[in-house]
Design a protein around this ligand. Structure first.
Ligand code: SF4
Length: 349
C-alpha cells in the first residue's frame, strides 16, 4: 500500500526566545501514515497541551517541525514543486474548531464557496459553479435555498460549520484534518455533523484525521485512535479495543472520566491518584499522575510496546510485549482497517 500522508519521527520543540533556555516539547518522535487506500478515520485524542493541534498544523504545513519529515504522496511537503504543492493544498483540507473566526463577516456564503472553485478552476461556467455548490451543500445536509445569499451572522453555528465542511468537500480532498470541529457546536448538532463526516469518509473516500479532546465522539466516528499525552503517544490502535479495554493508565483515566447514562452510577471525573514524585526529563511523562508508577518509570521513558497486532501502549506495565518503534503505528492501523473491512464484508454478505 502506498502512503498518502506520512509523518516520520516528527518532533516540535518551542523555545521561549533566542536568549532563553526554556524549551517546551510539543510533539516528540511522532510517526504515522495515512494509506492511499482504503480511506480511514483516525482520531487523535488528548487534553490541552497534548500536542494534537501542533500535529495538525505540522501536517498542514502551517508549522515547521524541529526535526522529522511530513510527506505527501512520497514528497517532503517542504520540498515540493509548485504543481505538487498546489495538489497538496487542494487534496489536504482542514476544518477548524471555530467556524466564525474563519469567516469574513462582509462576505456572504456564496463568496466563501466560490473562492476555492475559482482558485482551483473547478468549474468552467457560472452554471457549472452553481451546480457544484448546490450538490456539495446537499452532501453536507444543507439546503441551498436556506443558505446561499446569507451572511455568517444569519446562520447558526451548526450551519456555519457545515459550510466549512462543504468548502473543504468542494475541492474533492483525499484527506480532511478536522481540528475539534464540533466543540463549538450545540450538543444537539454534534452527532449530526459527525455522522455527516463519517458519510463523507465512506461515500467520497476521504480519509479523516479527527483531532479532539473528547473520547466519546472519537469512539463514535473513528476506527483508529492515537492517545497523546504531553506530546508523545501513550496508546494507539483500533478504537474499539482502546476505548473498551484501555491499557495505558492515562487512557484509563480518560475513559473513567466519561459520563455514564446510568442513574445508579453518578458521574464524577476520574481523579488520578498521586504518582511517583521526582520525575525528570528521562521519566515516563505520566509518572507524577500514575497510580502504577514504579522505580523503572523514572529511569527511562517507556518505548511503545506492541501488546497485540492492533495496538501499542507506551507503558512498562506491558514490558512483556515486544518493544517497538513509533513507525509501527502504520502496521497497527493497517491491521485494524483490514479487519474493519472484513467485518463490513461479513456484515454485507
Ligand atoms: Fe505509569 Fe510507569 Fe506506565 Fe508510565 S510507564 S504509565 S509511570 S506504569
Amino acid at each position: 500500500m502506498a502512503a498518502l500522508l506520512e509523518a516520520r519521527n516528527v518532533t516540535k520543540v518551542f523555545s521561549a526566545g533566542i536568549l532563553s533556555k526554556k524549551r517546551a516539547v510539543a510533539l516528540e518522535d511522532f510517526s504515522f501514515t495515512i494509506q492511499d487506500s482504503p480511506p480511514s478515520f483516525t482520531a487523535v485524542v488528548g487534553e490541552s497541551g497534548s500536542g494534537k493541534t501542533t500535529l495538525a498544523r505540522i501536517l498542514l504545513g502551517l508549522t515547521e517541525p524541529t526535526s522529522g519529515t511530513v510527506r505527501y504522496k512520497g514528497k517532503d511537503i517542504r520540498h515540493m514543486s509548485r504543481a505538487e504543492h498546489r495538489t497538496y493544498l487542494r487534496e489536504v483540507q482542514v476544518i477548524f474548531q471555530d467556524p466564525y473566526e474563519v469567516y469574513n463577516p462582509f462576505y456572504n456564503v456564496d463568496h466563501v464557496l466560490e473562492t476555492p472553485i475559482t482558485k482551483f478552476r473547478l468549474a468552467n461556467s457560472h452554471k457549472e459553479r452553481r451546480a457544484l455548490i448546490e450538490r456539495t451543500l446537499h452532501a453536507v445536509g444543507l439546503r441551498p435555498e436556506e443558505t446561499l445569499g446569507r451572511f455568517p451572522h444569519q446562520l447558526s453555528g451548526g450551519q456555519r460549520q457545515r459550510i466549512m465542511v462543504a468548502r473543504a468537500l468542494l475541492l474533492r480532498p483525499r484527506i480532511i484534518i478536522a481540528d475539534e470541529p464540533v466543540s463549538m457546536v450545540d450538543a444537539s448538532l454534534r452527532a449530526t455533523i459527525l455522522k455527516n463526516l463519517s458519510q463523507l469518509n465512506k461515500e467520497f473516500g476521504i480519509s479523516f484525521i479527527y483531532i479532539t479532546h473528547d473520547l466519546t465522539t472519537a469512539y463514535q466516528v473513528s476506527e483508529n485512535i492515537i492517545v497523546l499525552y504531553r506530546g508523545a503517544v501513550a496508546e494507539a490502535g483500533d478504537v474499539e479495543h482502546v476505548v473498551q479495554d484501555p491499557q495505558h493508565p492515562y487512557t484509563q483515566l480518560l475513559v473513567g472520566s466519561i459520563p455514564l447514562p446510568d442513574p445508579h452510577h453518578p458521574w464524577a471525573a476520574a481523579k488520578a491518584p498521586a504518582g511517583l514524585s521526582g520525575s525528570t526529563a528521562e521519566s515516563c511523562k505520566f509518572t507524577d499522575r500514575c497510580p502504577y508508577a514504579m522505580p523503572m518509570c523514572v529511569e527511562q521513558p517507556p518505548p511503545l510496546f506492541r501488546t497485540n497486532p492492533r495496538r501499542v501502549s507506551a507503558c512498562y506495565l506491558y514490558r512483556d510485549s515486544p518493544a517497538t518503534v513509533p513507525e509501527t503505528l502504520t502496521d497497527v492501523f493497517a491491521g485494524s482497517v483490514a479487519d474493519s473491512n472484513q467485518d463490513h464484508a461479513a456484515a454485507d454478505g
